[in-house]
Design a protein around this ligand. Structure first.
Ligand code: NAG
Ligand code: NAG
Ligand code: CA
Length: 298
């Protein structure tokens, strides 16, 4: 037997795992799997996997001459949020083997385990990188997934592209990069009498390392009313602050985090500043806030 692809998923640290229920002990794990497709997860998923675990999964395609294997990896925590960051490791959208066999090796250290992963696998044509999909709010040009094929991406109007505008299927059957993401601009002024402020990528999770500032500017003599239609942020690490004015030093009307939908809120002046900060890992659905003007009766 020859090993074509070894993927080592090192135990990753997620900060909030303490809130997830620990489960039983498994010291060894893994299995032999076959094509044409299927799903498997790390032990105890979606609960914590064990510390000091050693797991090996071997996937073998049935059709040995015409296929390689593609893996779709999903890293989720118990609260069904996607964990984007892995300690010391880049997670590609897809992983494609060079032959009809693939090995996955999970090794966890002594620290508290995380929630683990869920993997989908599928047999695909030889010399193909697999279909990487189309970004949410994005447009894809090109539909070939074979070696040297190129895919180009754009974002729908109003969205910004983060990542690579084009990717190529390399000789090793891996795309040169992950597909890009399309995000809602993180810096904008709203001057229309009413509108909606959405967190980037709402409701798919807003991602990491964000510092968004939205300013809502109404007519002098009016006030701004906010309605929270939906609200779900990573508790205590991601925040939305609402300030009464247009400067960073303006008085704070409210600071919100977690999954409790705040009640309505009205400004004192005619400008509101919304500051949204997301840290380096984990996200929630985000928020959907509508605003409108209120005229003050004298
Ligand atoms: C928003 O308006 C402020 C003040 O009018 C201006 O300084 C700033 O450049 C504007 N920002 C954007 C992103 O349009
Ligand atoms: C935001 O919430 C409003 C009111 O519930 C809804 O009509 C709208 O479709 C939502 N927008 C998105 C992008 O979900
Ligand atoms: Ca976060």
């Amino acid at each position: 037997m020859f090993i074509i692809s070894v993927i080592q998923i090192i135990s990753f640290l997620a900060k909030h795992i303490v809130s997830c229920v620990p489960s039983f002990n498994f010291k060894t794990c893994g299995s032999n799997l076959q094509g044409p497709g299927g799903t498997f997860t790390s032990p105890n998923f979606p609960f914590q996997y064990d510390s000091n675990a050693q797991c090996v999964w071997v996937i073998t395609a049935i059709n040995t001459n015409k296929v390689s294997l593609t893996l779709w990896l999903y890293f989720k925590n118990k609260c069904h949020k996607i964990i984007i960051r892995l300690t010391g490791s880049f997670v590609p959208d897809l992983i494609v083997s060079m032959s009809n066999q693939m090995w996955l090796h999970l090794q966890t250290d002594e620290s508290v385990g995380s929630i683990g992963f869920k993997v989908n696998y599928k047999e695909i044509e030889k010399e193909s990188c697999g279909d990487p999909g189309t970004p949410l709010y994005g447009i894809r040009e090109g539909d070939g997934f074979s070696n040297r094929d190129v895919l180009r991406f754009e974002c729908q109007f109003g969205f910004e592209l983060i990542g690579e505008k084009s990717i190529i299927c390399q000789e090793n059957n891996q795309w040169s990069a992950n597909i890009p993401i399309c995000i809602f601009p993180c810096l904008s002024n709203f001057t229309a009498p009413m509108g909606t402020v959405l967190s980037p990528d709402y409701p798919e999770g807003y991602g990491n390392n964000l510092n968004c500032i939205w300013t809502i500017i109404s007519d002098p003599g009016s006030r701004i009313h906010l309605s929270f239609n939906d609200f779900d942020l990573e508790s205590q690490f991601d925040f939305l602050a609402v300030k009464d004015g247009d400067s960073p030093d303006s008085p704070i009307i409210g600071t919100f985090t977690g999954a409790e939908v705040p009640s309505h809120l009205t400004s004192n002046g005619h400008i509101l500043r919304l500051e949204f900060q997301a840290d380096h890992s984990m996200s929630g659905r985000g928020f959907n806030i509508t605003y409108n003007r209120e005229y003050i009766c004298m």
